[in-house]
Design a protein around this ligand. Sequence first.
Ligand code: ADP
Length: 179
Amino acid sequence: MFALLGSCRLELAQGDIAKQQVDAIVNAANDRLAGGGGVDGALHAAAGPSLMQETDQKYPDGCPTGSAVPTGAGKLTAKFVFHAVGPIWRGGQSQESEQLVSAYRTCLDLAVEHHCESIAFPAISTGVYRYPKDLAAELALGTIRDFLLSRQQPKLVRMVLFDGGTYGAFARVLESMLA
Ligand code: ADP
């Protein structure tokens, strides 16, 4: 499923974020950039050790929640990995929505800054961080839509959803956004 926003394309795909052929891949990292399971585990496994070496060296203090930092992409075909730190869901009254929006926006800014034509996002915070998928979908897709409409770059933004349930949640939100 996709939406055209001016000359940009926002698309939803079901699959593995580590297999995407795009200029920048977004990681769902933790604030210590310490590695983990889920998206983080899949990306580090596919990219090789250079990713962790680079985050250790460049970002010894980690990355604050709601932000993101760039590295090279090791053995991945992408040019960059943007390590984004989404919020842990604590019920919705602890700045979670602002932090989630800010994580997406920082990655989009990094994509423009690094001249990336295409970027792939996982559904940040919807795994072990337990952000409700429908709420995360509204914030993620709304933030991407607003950014593309105002900036007209990057040309392709792909949300890569791992399972059918998450794909369904994002597809429902995108559909209502287009209606
Ligand atoms: P977070 O800690 O931000 O919640 P997770 O990696 O635990 O990050 O999960 C984020 C989302 O990514 C979840 O919806 C999870 O199902 C999904 N996911 C897990 N592995 C992959 C993968 N290899 N590719 C794409 N999405 C994945």
